[in-house]
Write a protein that binds this ligand. Structure first.
Ligand SMILES: Nc1ncnc2c1ncn2[C@@H]1O[C@H](COP(=O)(O)OP(=O)(O)O)[C@@H](O)[C@H]1O
Ligand SMILES: [Mg+2]
Length: 238
């Protein structure tokens, strides 16, 4: 559904993404991995219209798209930026209301909230609590739940694992997978290294120094070998 073709992008004179092509299949869990500085966040910014590429094409459902964040929400795409999950000084309910501010009808918000909270029973008793008082894992759930209120076809998550334990990360991924299975929402998840969670996902990309060096199924021996060579070599060296 969302496709990037031959994207070159960067900041001022510094090129970060080199000829990046990516195809996101509807209702799939797609992971984009890569070392720090590989250009993962830059890629998500391009997808969500926060950064204009220098060249290349973006297509939504095979039609050329000039992404703009405020329009994309209505086109069914929602992004949770790196490190920005919730408004900590607002209650969970107020965080949720931010997603629905453009609906004229309050009853639509209420029924959607009820529908979404079915997937997040832990949040139900916390609606009046300040979001900043929730655990990291719960804050992540608030961010995802807020996105789901818009019934997106695709959610873009930038490093959802930051600050979460491996166990919480696995729980989060299982939750994401359940949401995908029941609501049909596709997810693009950008992570540094997700090796242990790859069995839960469908498609994988590896980005290294702004180039796609792997593109294929998330479960493959080639991918295993590549993650070993890219991450383990770099991490032992650093
Ligand atoms: N706003 C910015 N201005 C200039 N350079 C940036 C900016 N954001 C990121 N960069 C640079 O672009 C490169 C890729 O960054 P980023 O996309 O954040 O990588 P990743 O998310 O994979 O860690 C890095 O070298 C980073 O320093
Ligand atoms: Mg990043």
């Amino acid at each position: 559904m969302l496709e990037l073709r031959n994207i070159n992008a960067g900041y001022d004179k510094r090129q970060v993404l080199n000829d990046v092509s990516i195809k996101i299949q509807p209702a799939n869990l797609t992971v984009i991995m890569g070392p720090n500085g590989a250009g993962k966040s830059t890629l998500l910014k391009v997808m969500f219209g926060l950064l204009k590429p220098d060249s290349g094409e973006i297509l939504l459902d095979d039609r050329p798209l000039r992404p703009e964040p405020s329009k994309l929400v209505h086109q069914g795409i929602f992004m949770i930026p790196q490190g920005k999950r919730v408004f900590r000084n607002m209650t969970v309910l107020e965080n949720m209301e931010l997603a629905g501010h453009f609906w004229k009808d309050r009853s639509v918000f209420k029924s959607r909230l009820e529908e979404v909270l079915e997937h997040f029973p832990d949040l139900k008793p916390r609606l009046e609590d300040l979001a900043g008082n929730l655990s990291g894992g719960q804050q992540q759930m608030v961010a995802i739940a807020r996105g789901l209120l818009n019934r997106p076809r695709l959610m873009l998550l930038d490093e959802p694992s930051i600050g979460l334990s491996p166990k919480l990360m696995t729980d989060t991924f299982n939750k994401i997978k359940t949401i995908r299975d029941t609501l049909g929402t596709g997810f693009v998840i950008v992570e540094h290294n997700l090796k242990t969670l790859l069995p839960l996902t469908d498609d994988a990309y590896i980005l290294d120094q702004g180039r796609v060096v792997y593109n294929g199924p998330a479960q493959s021996q080639t991918l295993e070998k590549m993650t070993a060579s890219i991450f383990e070599t770099k991490e032992t060296l650093s």
